[in-house]
Design a protein around this ligand. Structure first.
Ligand SMILES: *Cc1c(COP(=O)(O)O)cnc(C)c1O
Length: 374
């Protein structure tokens, strides 16, 4: 099998797995128990909190562990009780659906458009601000096209106006340098399974002067903000996986850049009418979204699946619904064009051998589909 859908999820790294396993059978104590068996689990959580904080330029007491990126996003958005929210039209569904829920409660939401490369201009955010704007939530990097947003230009401006600033950095953390202080955000969401940690562990950075209502009531876990017995093994894996991604980041970036370039070069020599969606300069290194004029991304994906190659047509959450991607539509593509794209997302374990197989697989599948049509 060749896995090239790392924007959907990633494999747990060997070292993260090795560190998390003992917390399932050996050190399985409850981190809230007062005897040393429990304290061991508690210490492991606090170490992971430190690792995550260091990785994103935060302090340990600014990190809350959640069940994933969706939970972190939903938590932040659900905290808005009145006024106005600004977001973008290309956010992940966990964020957009949270905004729709806010609208049903009478809160106004502005969904900012993007340009044809998927960029949101800082000016458009500033122009959308109203006296009652409470929260701005703009993703750091898009999961379908990889575009990196200029949110660094917004932090000080929003802070001066007392507007809370959140970013969904699920695709960015562990992949590009992320520093919450440099970005000037108050809140940031991340998810371990997107950076070779385990599924079911998320991160919410919350700037320490900001108060956020508790999400889950119960015990004092996560300072009472999110009660419930912690997912110790997942949290331990998150700490190590993130630390490891950051140590390897520059080497991984170079490798992913080369893999993407070879993929695009390889495909375009055989299939001339392809277009790359998104901005190739301000972009995550491993994600490439390719439009194949005249065929559907779905047919391509299924033929690749038969060859044991995993790529995606859209975001995993949206696929299966047979709707054109809202992100590609926001770039100005027609419904038909938006259905003609596939996303290839490489991760640290992909190789040039995978690229060759993917290029050959795509060219072969494309010829089959177009031969049937003509
Ligand atoms: C994957 C993803 C999420 C959701 O994270 P989960 O941990 O799977 O809930 C949110 N936002 C973006 C940009 C993502 O890519």
């Amino acid at each position: 099998m060749i896995y090239a859908d790392n924007a959907a999820t990633t494999k747990v790294s060997d070292s993260a797995l090795e560190r998390m396993l003992p917390f399932l059978q050996e050190h399985y104590g409850n981190a809230s128990s007062q005897y040393s068996f429990g304290i061991k689990a508690k210490r492991a959580i606090e170490q992971a909190r430190q690792q995550v904080a260091t990785a994103i330029g935060a302090e340990p007491d600014e990190i809350v562990f959640t069940s994933g990126g969706s939970e972190s996003n939903s938590w932040v958005l659900s905290s808005v009780v009145s006024g106005h929210v600004i977001t973008s039209s290309i956010e992940h569904h966990s964020l957009l659906n949270s905004c729709y829920a806010l609208e049903r409660k009478g809160i106004d939401v502005t969904y900012l458009p993007v340009d044809k490369t998927g960029l949101i201009s800082a000016t458009s955010v500033k122009k959308a601000i109203r006296p009652d704007t409470k929260l701005v939530s703009i993703m750091l990097a898009n999961n379908e096209i990889g575009t990196i947003q200029p949110i660094i230009e917004l932090g000080p401006y929003l802070r001066e106006r007392n507007i809370i600033f959140h970013t969904d950095a699920v695709q960015a953390v562990g992949h590009i340098p992320v520093n919450v202080k440099e970005l000037g955000v108050d809140l940031l969401s991340a998810s371990a399974h997107k950076f070779n940690g385990a599924k079911g562990t998320g991160i919410l950075y919350k700037q320490k002067n900001l108060s956020l209502p508790s999400l889950i009531f119960g015990g004092e876990q996560e300072r009472g903000a999110r009660a419930g017995t912690e997912n110790v093994a997942g949290i331990v894996a998150a700490g190590y996986a993130l630390e490891e991604s950051i140590v390897d980041m520059y080497a991984t970036t170079d490798k992913l850049t080369a893999l993407v370039r070879a993929t695009v070069d390889g495909i375009s020599t055989k299939i001339p009418n392809i277009t790359i969606n998104g901005d190739r300069n301000k972009c995550l290194p491993g994600i490439v979204n390719i439009l194949f004029e005249g065929i559907t991304g779905e047919s391509l994906m299924h033929l690749l699946d038969l060859k044991g190659i995993c790529v995606s047509t859209s975001s995993a959450c949206a696929s299966g619904k047979n709707e054109a991607s809202h992100v590609l539509r926001a770039l100005g593509l027609s419904e038909q064009q938006a259905k003609s794209a596939i996303r290839i997302s490489y991760g640290r374990y992909n190789t040039m051998h995978d690229v060759n197989a993917i290029v050959a697989g795509i060219c072969d599948a494309y010829m089959k589909i177009t031969a049937v049509k003509s």
